[in-house]
Design a protein around this ligand. Structure first.
Ligand code: DX5
Ligand code: ZN
Length: 220
């Protein structure tokens, strides 16, 4: 069976107070902390890298769910492994030729491999990575164009979640972008169990309530 994992996106936090923001989310009931790593090249935005993960790791034992929006994910495996990342989710769009090596290296550094795809990328592209000799353990279906928080959820991406869930009943399926109380039902009923949410959680007066509402919808 699949368990609900609610993962606040720290991209919406106050980066100047990352450790306390992370602790606040855990106190609010978060399962994972979603860390958006962007290189200013794969996406038109630049965020954080291994040094920040390493700093945060000194303050928390939480599962750090790293989402690599970068052109060369292989270059990040060693540094992120050393820094204490937990999950390493790369994009299929930049890893079409070397995902076997990439997955093997991620696992050898003690991290959990995942693959992500942009809204325009067909779901069939990730099937070989789920079924291969070195399988990924999570598929992250982007529900907005990657790069920025606060965008509008794209309901048409739910066809991909449904197709994945039908094919893989126990796979971790994560959704990311525009998730919150008004969109969680679409994602949960399509079969997503790992929910990333930035602006809806950090922008709410009661973050704990938003987290528990989303968990309930996934679990029912
Ligand atoms: C977008 C990032 C997301 C983003 C989600 O490229 O991958 O994780 O922070 O933020 P919201 O929930 O505000 O759409
Ligand atoms: Zn993300």
């Amino acid at each position: 069976g699949v368990e609900a994992k609610i993962a606040p996106s720290m991209l919406s936090s106050d980066f100047a107070n990352l450790a306390s923001e992370a602790q606040r989310m855990l106190d609010c009931g978060a399962d994972w902390l979603h860390m958006d790593i962007m290189d200013g090249h794969f996406v038109p935005n630049l965020t954080i890298g291994a040094p920040v993960i390493e700093s945060l790791r000194k303050h928390t034992k939480a599962y750090l769910d790293c989402h690599l929006m970068v052109t060369n994910p292989l270059d990040y495996v060693e540094p992120l492994g050393k820094a204490g990342a937990s999950g390493f989710t790369f994009h299929v769009e930049v890893s079409r030729d070397n995902w076997g090596e990439l997955v093997q290296r991620i696992k050898s550094k003690g991290m959990r491999p995942g693959v992500s795809l942009k809204p325009g990328t067909p779901i069939e592209e990730v099937y070989p990575l789920v079924e291969g000799e070195y399988p990924v353990e999570m598929v992250l279906v982007m529900t907005v164009e990657p790069g920025f928080g606060g965008q509008k959820f794209m309901p048409e991406t739910m066809d991909k979640v449904r197709a994945l869930r039908k094919k893989y009943p126990s796979l971790d399926i994560e959704v990311d972008g525009g998730l919150g109380p008004s969109t969680i039902d679409m994602a949960a009923s399509a079969g997503a169990n790992c929910i990333v949410a930035g602006s809806s959680v950090f922008g709410a007066p009661d973050s704990a309530q938003v987290i528990s509402l989303m968990r309930k919808r996934v679990e029912e």
